[in-house]
Design a protein around this ligand. Structure first.
Ligand SMILES: NC(=O)c1ccc[n+]([C@@H]2O[C@H](COP(=O)([O-])OP(=O)(O)OC[C@H]3O[C@@H](n4cnc5c(N)ncnc54)[C@H](OP(=O)(O)O)[C@@H]3O)[C@@H](O)[C@H]2O)c1
Length: 283
């Protein structure tokens, strides 16, 4: 099987590329991945001609579309770039998949929900409250026009890469303390586990929408305290705060935790945050 992974320089794309035992191809935009890159090409997904000629050359069986502008505040500030990257880029890939009858896996987000209730199931209605989330909901609509699609809604990716929430928390702890919002809740997800689950889902030929996220619903404050404990820091260095005090540019949904029972019923498992962090420590 030939797999094409967009966003192979990103957290999730690189993890899928690393673990997949299939014939892998990848695209990036500005950060050339350090991995063996003979099948990896710089392609801007916002250019239909560029992505289309690459796909036509490879003829993949499945495209896993991980590429996105996922900085929520930047999407709010630069709506044009967010629209191009997340809507036009996704539409280009949908059009190519439709023309060449390729299965498309689209990585979406818990942010499609408004966050008023939490514990969201796949058939709960999306109601995005910031621009990033709007672009991802539109992406989901476009993808759902395909004959064969699989939408993964995931949440707060956890990895040991620079800039990840774990790295951010550890840097804060090293510099004497950090504040975590008690009123923002999600389902932190170990990237390597999501990569494995995405490959399993392709092997099982799943279609439709699935929530694939960590098996725990937890606030940012509790997340940071757990990071401190697992990595041997004093958890009292984490100070409770609220999302209002953090003054984000884009509105944050309060509780976007995901119900993952649909995927768990298929024996695809995800860890709690504590177990995810223990695995991360030895990766
Ligand atoms: N991170 C999270 O907490 C989180 C939570 C929920 C859902 N998600 C979703 O999960 C997916 C993967 O997230 P991630 O954290 O792995 O993202 P990431 O690390 O920010 O990587 C984004 C990737 O997209 C590529 N990209 C951006 N614009 C592009 C363009 N115009 N053309 C081609 N490639 C482009 C980037 O390439 P360069 O780096 O080379 O520029 C990079 O490889 C995204 O769809 C995101 O919406 C993420």
């Amino acid at each position: 099987m030939k797999l094409l992974i967009t966003g192979v320089s990103g957290q999730l794309g690189s993890a899928i590329y690393k673990i997949s035992k299939y014939e892998n191809y990848g695209t990036y935009l500005s950060n050339l991945p350090k991995t063996n890159n003979k099948n990896i090409k710089k392609v801007d997904i916002t250019s239909y001609n560029d992505i289309s000629s690459f796909v036509k050359k490879i003829k993949p069986n499945v495209i896993i579309h991980c590429a996105a502008l996922r900085n929520v505040d930047l999407c709010e500030e630069n709506k044009e770039l967010a629209w191009k990257s997340n809507v036009i880029g996704t539409k280009n890939i949908v059009d190519i998949c439709s023309e060449l009858r390729i299965k498309m896996v689209f990585i979406s987000t818990d942010y499609v929900f408004d966050g008023y209730t939490g514990g969201y199931k796949e058939d709960d209605a999306p109601n995005p409250i910031n621009f990033y989330a709007k672009t991802k909901v539109i992406g989901e609509w476009l993808v759902q026009n395909l004959e064969d699609f699989f939408i993964v809604r995931t949440s707060m990716l956890v990895s040991n890469l620079p800039g990840n929430y774990v790295d951010f928390t550890l840097s804060g702890l090293k510099s004497g303390g950090i504040s975590g919002a008690t009123d923002i809740k999600s389902s932190p997800t170990l990237v390597s586990e999501l990569a494995e689950a995405s490959i399993s889902a392709i092997e099982k030929d799943l279609s439709g929408i699935y929530h694939m996220a960590g098996d725990e619903m937890i606030s940012r404050y509790e997340f940071m305290r757990t990071v401190a404990t697992i990595f041997g820091y004093d958890s009292n260095l984490i100070k409770p705060t609220t999302s209002d005090e953090l003054k984000f540019k884009a509105k944050r949904p309060k509780d976007t935790s995901l119900d993952i029972s649909k995927i768990k019923n298929l024996k695809i498992k995800f860890s709690t945050l504590e177990d995810s962090l223990k695995k991360l420590k030895v990766q």
